[in-house]
Design a protein around this ligand. Structure first.
Ligand code: 6CS
Ligand code: FE
Length: 278
C-alpha cells in the first residue's frame, strides 16, 4: 500500500492522514472477534472506565494474540508507517480502545510523545500511531479530535502540559494515570483554546475499515460516546528502530512499552483471511 504524494503531504502538514476503506468487511469482522476476546481477557493491560466495570482499553493484546500480532505487520499498515517515518520500525505500543456505546468516556487533550518520552525514555518524537476503525466513527460516537499542524510546535511553548498524577491512589498501578480518564499529562486549556481559535479542530470520522495515521506530537482528544454504537479503535504505535527506547531504571510493563526491537517486515496482503482460513 503506497501512499500518494498528497497523502504524505497531508501527514507532513497536518500531522495526520486518513485512509478510508483500507480494510474489508470480512477482515473487520475477524478483528472485532479478536478485539472482544482481548476486552474479555483478565490481563494486566486492561483498563476500566471510572464505573469500574465497562472496559475502557486493553494494552498489549498483540503479545498474546496471533491475529493481532499479525495485524502489526500487515502491509496496508506497515508500508505507510515505514514510508512516513522513513526507516525500519518496530511496535512500541498496541492498544484497543472500546469507547463503548453510551458510556465510553473522554480522553482529555494530550500529546502521545510526552508519555513515551517521560515514562519510557523515547529519545525523539519519531513515532506515529495507526488507528484502525473497527466501527463506523461518527460525530456522536466520540471521534478522535485533532488540531491540525500542532505536531510542529515541538517545545514551543515549553512544557505545554499540566502534570496530574494519581499514583497516590493505591487502588491502581503507577501507569493507571497514563491511560485512564484522568490523564497524567494533559495540555493546558488556554493553549488549546488559542490553537483551536487559530486553526480549528478536525474530527476523524469515517466508516469501519478507515485507518488514520497520526504523528506522536499531534494534539488530540475525544469526547464521550453518546451514540448507541461502540467506537472500537485499534491503535498501533510504530517507532523508528533508531529511536528505540533505552533500558529504564523502572520500566513500564511490556504491554505499554515494548522491548522487542525487531524490524517489522510486511506480510502478504491477504494475511488476515489466510490466517482465518487455517
Ligand atoms: O501512556 C501511554 O503510552 C498512552 N497514553 C496516552 C494518553 N496516549 C499515548 C499512549 O497511548
Ligand atoms: Fe493519545
Amino acid at each position: 500500500m503506497e501512499l500518494s504524494a498528497e497523502q504524505i503531504r497531508s501527514y507532513d502538514q497536518s500531522g495526520y492522514v486518513t485512509l478510508p476503506g483500507l480494510f474489508l468487511d470480512l477482515e473487520l469482522s475477524l478483528l472485532r472477534i479478536e478485539a472482544e476476546k482481548a476486552f474479555g481477557a483478565s490481563i494486566d493491560g486492561r483498563v476500566f472506565e471510572d464505573d469500574g466495570t465497562t472496559v475502557r482499553s486493553v494494552n498489549g493484546a498483540h503479545l498474546h494474540n496471533h491475529m493481532l500480532r499479525t495485524l502489526c505487520s500487515h502491509p496496508r499498515l506497515l508500508t505507510p508507517a515505514k514510508r512516513l517515518l522513513g526507516e525500519d520500525v518496530y511496535v512500541h505500543q498496541f492498544k484497543i480502545n472500546a469507547k463503548r456505546a453510551l458510556v465510553g468516556d473522554i480522553w482529555e487533550w494530550h500529546r502521545d510523545f510526552v508519555y513515551w518520552q517521560r515514562e519510557d525514555g523515547m529519545p525523539r518524537p519519531h513515532a506515529l500511531t495507526a488507528a484502525v476503525f473497527l466501527d463506523d466513527v461518527t460525530d456522536f460516537s466520540g471521534p478522535i479530535l485533532v488540531i491540525p499542524g500542532t505536531q510542529k510546535l515541538g517545545d514551543d511553548p515549553p512544557d505545554p502540559e499540566v502534570l496530574k498524577d494519581d499514583s497516590s491512589d493505591l487502588r491502581f498501578p503507577k501507569w493507571h494515570s497514563h491511560t485512564a480518564k484522568n490523564l497524567k499529562y494533559v495540555l493546558q486549556a488556554p493553549l488549546v483554546q488559542q490553537l483551536i481559535s487559530d486553526r480549528g479542530s478536525t474530527a476523524l470520522t469515517g466508516k469501519a475499515g478507515t485507518v488514520a495515521f497520526f504523528h506522536c506530537n499531534l494534539f488530540h482528544s475525544s469526547n464521550s460516546n453518546t451514540s448507541p454504537w461502540d467506537r472500537r479503535l485499534i491503535f498501533i504505535t510504530y517507532n523508528a528502530l533508531k529511536n528505540r527506547i533505552p533500558v529504564q531504571p523502572s520500566p513500564r510493563p511490556e504491554f505499554l512499552a515494548a522491548r522487542d526491537f525487531t524490524a517489522l517486515a510486511p506480510l502478504a496482503d491477504d494475511i488476515l483471511l489466510a490466517h482465518h482460513a487455517r
